[in-house]
Design a protein around this ligand. Sequence first.
Ligand code: NAP
Length: 294
Amino acid sequence: MRVAFLGLGIMGRPMAANLVKAGHEVAAWNRSPGKDVAGARMAASPADAASGAEVVWMCVSDTKAVEQVLFGPQGVEESLSEGMVVVDSSTISPSATRKFAERVKARGAQYVDAPVTGSKSGAENGTLIFIAGGDEAVIERIQPLFQSMGKQVFRMGETSKGHAAKLVMNLQIALIYEGFAEALTLATKLGVTAETLLPLIQASMVRSGVVDYKAPFVLKRDFSPNFPLRLMLKDIRLALEAAKEVRVKLPGLETVEEIYELATEEGQQDLDYAATLTLLEKWAGVEVKGASAS
Ligand code: NAP
């Protein structure tokens, strides 16, 4: 298929590369120069990339970035055509998505929100899980593209429901990781090492994919960004905003938001969100280590 791929960050670049690898004709664009995708045509603007494309795929930071890519100067809107499908794999606001979709659909194009879960490794290995919202037939039509970048597609309902479901997924990841980080901190302070505790966690009902994925990084104290803290904070805020719109209270997430704000004040925004552990360690006066308690 002829695909325009917009946004070549941690996730977008390997996703676009996997489309090329699968034999699709890709025109790629990134706001800042210097990021390219081997085998893709590098476009000068979103409108240039989208020109002649059957599908326009976005993976940019936040709601404002999606709005700019779609409707800003030389945005996708200038090249929209009847039957074109616009897909958004960023994680953004469900209510803003409904407005964006309305404007795109008014031009005869289709809109699918398809945020992802699977992190950097899932994007690189083509094993992402897509959480889709939109017309069933349209989602079916772009299956070859989903298959080139991921392993599964879950349809949550109409447009914006993908983003809604993605926010509740990240809400859980943030809370589960916070629980794990608090457990490691207290265990260390009480003299139980992380390495001793981990097999117990993994053998018990406490086990989770979040712990499986994050534990090796934590034990190596590798807080380089797989999922930057600033993006998890964005998602926490999106979930709290969405909750407010429907009058739902999320006290646990509100507390986690405060921890991420403090981590940001400490300059950790570009580290992985796993770095929030270091705040707990600082408050407790310990460092979680693989082999020994402090
Ligand atoms: P990233 O590495 O920070 O990349 C962000 C991309 O968005 C870059 O290409 C950036 O362009 C572009 N961008 C930012 N503001 C823009 C604007 N105003 N106009 C046009 N482009 C703009 O982020 P990422 O990790 O790839 O994440 C992308 C999206 O996927 C986010 O919504 C994130 O929440 C979601 N996500 C990430 C992960 C993960 O593990 N990383 C997992 C699931 C979902 P520049 O290069 O010019 O800055």
